[in-house]
Design a protein around this ligand. Structure first.
Ligand SMILES: Nc1ncnc2c1ncn2[C@@H]1O[C@H](COP(=O)(O)OP(=O)(O)OP(=O)(O)O)[C@@H](O)[C@H]1O
Ligand SMILES: [Mg+2]
Length: 480
């Protein structure tokens, strides 16, 4: 081995090693420096080379510009502090893979222990996913299908009885409130939008209270009718029926007639029976409302109101049971696909209020929300002021192919670079293809986790298992 020359020389002087190749230098080059704005030197600041994307959340697909695997789901990104709110709004033209992407996240989230709820699967798009996860599918039909009980939202009454004490009472009051709201909306729908009067609402709430306090865990609409018919003192006093039975009947017969119409009329027997909740611990629940055709918006609205009430009642029950130390903690993911349809049929029935309430509270309620619609303009259809702003409140936007007009509307919500806007339009402008082939823009999404930063363009990759089960094939009706 050759010896180090400075060692060989034996010593180090003040100006470096003594000997050949050692000593001082007279010129030290200063590196060149430039200054510029972030826009002028874009790509150099803060780093010239992109960093890796956080490996947090469900592996969703490949980065379109080669930055590796893209992991994303609203729950995990919220937990990691990457988005401010555990919700996502997925936008895109029909047939470009929104529901497929949502199923993909659903499977990943279920594997992480989240319970998946699809309250009102209008197409249905998520039935196969629910089945594959070993979950429960409740198909609602005019007759003989699953029941929806507006008076007993998500088994809250039974959970309240299990919890007992002050906490049980609080949950019971919540059950009565929710039940009253649901029945109120149904009565309004069967009356073709005519309002429910204040004393009628009070009578409904009191009837439910009488039923619950008399020990009924899950009262139903026929029970409410019975109680109203018995003219108990509690209800007499809230409707101020001072003039005896006749006075009472004049005040409450219209409500009883509406309830009878709900039970015996065009809505079949969906709302008259108790709900089977033997599946309460299910990893996924899909309330399949696809058998109700769009041509019957009143009926669909009624079913959706009760289905939402059921799903959120289940969430509240689960949370109250956890707080009481009776059940382990379980987080929920609610999938609201075809949101535009829900908002359209539910106009004037409090549906929009419910969406609003949820998008504001999901962080504190421990509910992650995945909402799907065609574009932000859907959300303000009919200038329904109540629902405006969902796109601003969502923790992230995931945007697929959308037409130019929609891109312009989106510019008010998030900053889209010219390149991003061009990409979104190109994904949407596919030539008319055979419906059995995938359009070129399908499975391509831009994840906007911040309104100002560039988005993450991703090619959604399905696993061989997902492709094999065929659940995502929403074009099946076109196959030979
Ligand atoms: N990443 C993907 N890989 C393979 N196939 C996909 C992918 N994304 C979508 N598809 C296929 O494209 C078709 C349409 O997808 P999907 O039903 O999810 O669209 P959508 O955006 O939800 O449409 P709509 O707005 O009408 O509900 C499905 O048959 C699905 O199998
Ligand atoms: Mg869909």
């Amino acid at each position: 081995m050759r010896k180090n020359p400075s060692r060989r020389a034996g010593r180090l002087g003040l100006r470096g090693g003594v000997g050949r190749g050692g000593g001082a230098t007279t010129f030290v080059p200063v590196p060149l420096e430039w200054q510029g704005t972030t826009r002028q030197v874009a790509g150099l600041f803060p780093w010239g080379v992109p960093g890796r994307l956080p490996a947090i959340g469900v592996p969703t697909g490949r980065h379109q510009l080669g930055a590796g695997v893209v992991c994303f789901d609203p729950a995990s990104w919220f937990r990691a502090g990457l988005i401010a709110n555990p919700s996502v709004l997925v936008l895109g033209k029909p047939g470009l893979g929104k529901s497929t992407l949502v199923d993909h996240w659903g499977i990943g989230l279920a594997a992480m222990g989240y319970r998946i709820l699809v309250p009102g699967d209008t197409k249905p798009d998520h039935v196969e996913m629910t089945r594959v996860l070993g979950g429960a599918v409740q198909q609602v039909r005019r007759s003989g299908g699953a029941a929806l009980n507006p008076c007993d939202p998500g088994g809250m009454g039974a959970s309240a009885a299990r919890i007992g004490g002050q906490a049980g009472d609080t949950l019971l009051h919540e059950a009565i409130g929710r039940g009253t709201t649901a029945v109120h909306s149904l009565v309004q729908l069967i009356r073709d939008g005519s309002p429910v009067l204040d004393h009628e609402r009070a009578a409904l709430a009191m009837a439910l209270r009488v039923l619950y306090t008399s020990g009924r865990r899950a009262p139903s609409l026929p029970d409410v009718l019975d109680v109203l018919g018995q003219r108990p003192d509690e209800i007499r006093s809230v409707v101020l029926a001072r003039g005896g039975d006749d006075d009472y009947d004049v005040l409450l017969d219209p409500l009883r007639r509406s309830l009878l119409a709900l039970l015996a009329g065009p809505y079949g027997n969906v709302f008259s029976r108790p709900v089977d909740r033997s599946d309460i611990d299910t990893p996924a629940l899909d309330i399949d409302t696809s058998a109700i055709k769009a041509g019957d918006p009143g009926y669909l609205a009624a079913v959706l109101i009760c289905a939402w009430s059921e799903a959120y009642g289940r969430v509240e029950s689960a949370q109250a049971l956890t707080a009481a130390g009776l059940e382990p903690r379980r987080q929920h993911v609610v999938i609201l696909d075809e949101l535009w349809r829900v908002l359209r049929v539910g106009r004037g029935t409090g549906m929009a209020d419910r969406v609003n309430e949820l998008t504001r509270l999901n962080r504190t309620e421990g509910v992650c929300q995945i909402m799907v619609t065609h574009g932000v303009r859907d959300l303000s259809t009919g200038r329904d002021q109540q629902v405006e702003g969902i796109e601003h409140r969502a923790g992230a936007l995931v945007i697929g192919g959308i037409p130019k007009g929609e891109v312009r509307a989106l510019q008010d919500v998030v900053t889209l670079t010219d390149a991003e806007a061009g990409q979104l339009v190109s994904w949407s402008s596919a030539p008319d293809l055979d419906p059995r082939t995938r359009p070129p823009g399908s499975g391509k999404f831009l994840i906007k986790h911040s309104p100002t930063e560039p988005g993450i363009p991703v090619d959604v990759m399905l696993t061989p298992t997902e492709l094999a089960w065929g659940g995502q094939n929403s074009n099946r009706a076109w196959e030979d």
